[in-house]
Design a protein around this ligand. Sequence first.
Ligand code: HEC
Ligand code: HEC
Length: 212
Amino acid sequence: MTPQRHEDTKIGRGKSQPLCLYILSLCLCGFVVSIVLRAGGLKTSASTSASAAPLEGCLKCHDKIEPMHQFSPTATLDKLDNGKDALGLTCTACHGGNPAATTKEDAHVRPRFPREWMRDGKFRIPERSGPLLARESLEFVRFLNPGDLRVAAQTCGTSECHTSETGAVARSMMAHGAMLWGAALYNNGGFPLKDTAFGESYGATGAPQSLV
Ligand code: HEC
Ligand code: HEC
């Protein structure tokens, strides 16, 4: 058996007519396909911009809420832009919760102690909610207030947006209140140093911690 060579597979002169037809039909096909694609392309580009980022279910009920960030280097927003604020943040980027759900029960993060968050059959944050919140899951704390210092490192402090502020505010006098104790003790002669050394600070689990 002679090994097949490239020349053997060449289409002979006698077959050149079907080849021409073949090429012609290929061109025609290509033309038709390109038209179809171009028409479809317009449609898909329009629908991908919507389907790439499906609106979060939260907006079904909260769509009138003002954007958290109204300004970005390139935009100023009076209202939400496709469910996002001026920095492109969605509700769940900060609050957590289920962006795909459309009922309140499924969308909201559920509390561990649902009855204690209810009054007159409605969800109500009780007065002095601190001790109750301290027993709740961190997911729920984040859902109610993404700026809570227990979770701020995962929200405001991520992506180098407010990393240093988040670290600093947790150690600031707004968080530990040491100026109060320091001023009272120093001014009344209870402690001789003006530098404040007495205050309160708690970690994410609620355990006391020292700040050095
Ligand atoms: C079906 C409607 C509905 C959907 C969907 C929904 N919510 Fe709500 N949300 C409410 C209502 C009503 C309240 C008022 C308090 C209540 O009744 O629980 C509320 C309250 C809240 C609160 C405030 C809690 C407080 O009182 O401080 C936050 C935060 C919140 N929603 C965030 C979200 C986020 C984030 C999503 C999407 C993941 C979402 N919601 C989806 C209806 C909805
Ligand atoms: C950049 C982070 C961030 C984004 C994005 C964000 N929130 Fe908030 N949201 C917060 C913080 C922080 C609070 C203040 C909580 C407090 O003061 O107790 C808050 C408060 C709320 C409250 C409490 C009631 C109020 O109006 O003060 C609701 C409801 C709420 N957000 C829903 C939403 C929804 C819905 C979206 C999406 C459209 C959204 N948030 C986007 C961070 C954010």
